[in-house]
Design a protein around this ligand. Structure first.
Ligand SMILES: Nc1ncnc2c1ncn2[C@@H]1O[C@H](COP(=O)(O)OP(=O)(O)OP(=O)(O)O)[C@@H](O)[C@H]1O
Ligand SMILES: [Mg+2]
Length: 239
């Protein structure tokens, strides 16, 4: 299995505050990797640092064999990464269809129609609602739209920041099921950040635990789920 993304010793700062303290993390081609951690651990910062904002101050980020640590964000995103950021950030006044088109930047129009059909197959609800404004969708539908929009660029690596946030268990299962189907059918590589540790580790091939800006544990998804310290901190007592 080849490594698609590798972070080595990555640090990131907001002014004087150090949010990442030397992160080592790998995502192999075709894998679903989950990063779990408490509020403020630095999960979103890690996702954003991969995309170049904030920039890593130390260490290296290598994607598909190339050092992207110093590249501007727009150049990083051109290389086949797509992000569905925390809090969805869809365009509320645009329709579902228009929101999806916004994700298709740079692709030929023939390809765009085909990709939209794939997104609709994954999330039939979006097809039914394609003329509705994004801002009037339910929370779960907005999350589907945010993921669908990220998929419109036909990424090799999909970065998902808390897709289950605020959603009912049934909707969470639908969304995680869609991620699993996509991974199995197309081999899409996924880096998933979650507080919903149970579902996210069950979905993942491998996982990492981020505490206070540093990775404290790594292992297979099932293996991490079985560890007493994970259960105590993230499953029974925690979230
Ligand atoms: N723009 C910013 N300016 C200053 N500090 C920031 C900024 N963004 C995040 N931080 C701080 O960096 C730390 C890590 O934040 P981050 O958003 O990465 O955490 P997180 O793990 O995603 O948390 P959550 O689960 O709540 O989303 C926090 O202490 C946060 O207050
Ligand atoms: Mg976050």
């Amino acid at each position: 299995m080849s490594t698609l993304l590798r972070l080595s010793g990555v640090t990131a700062f907001y002014g004087a505050i150090q949010a990442l303290k030397g992160v080592d993390l790998e995502v192999n081609e075709g894998e679903i990797v989950t990063l779990i951690g408490a509020n403020g651990a630095g999960k979103s910062t890690l996702m954003m640092t991969i995309c170049g904002t904030p920039r890593a101050r130390h260490g290296a980020i290598v994607y598909d064999g190339q050092d992207i640590t110093q590249l501007p964000t727009y150049q990083i995103m051109r290389r086949g990464l797509a992000q569905s950021p925390e809090g969805r950030r869809i365009f509320p006044r645009m329709t579902v269809h228009e929101n999806l088109l916004m994700g298709a930047h740079g692709h030929a129009s023939g390809m765009v129609g085909e990709t939209i059909e794939q997104v609709f197959a994954l999330f039939p609800r979006l097809k039914e609602r394609q003329a509705q404004r994004g801002g009037t969708l339910s929370g779960g539908e907005q999350q589907m739209l945010a993921i669908g929009r990220a998929l419109m660029s036909r990424p090799r690596l999909l970065l998902l920041d808390e897709p289950s946030l605020g959603l009912a268990p049934l909707v969470v299962r639908q969304i995680f099921g869609a991620i699993r189907d996509l991974n199995r059918s197309t081999g899409l590589t996924v880096l998933l950040v979650e507080q919903n540790a149970f579902q996210a580790l069950r979905l993942a091939h491998r996982g990492y635990v981020l505490v206070n800006g540093a990775i404290t544990m790594a292992g297979g998804g099932a293996e991490l789920l079985a560890r007493p310290e994970i259960r105590a901190a993230y499953l029974e007592g925690g979230h």
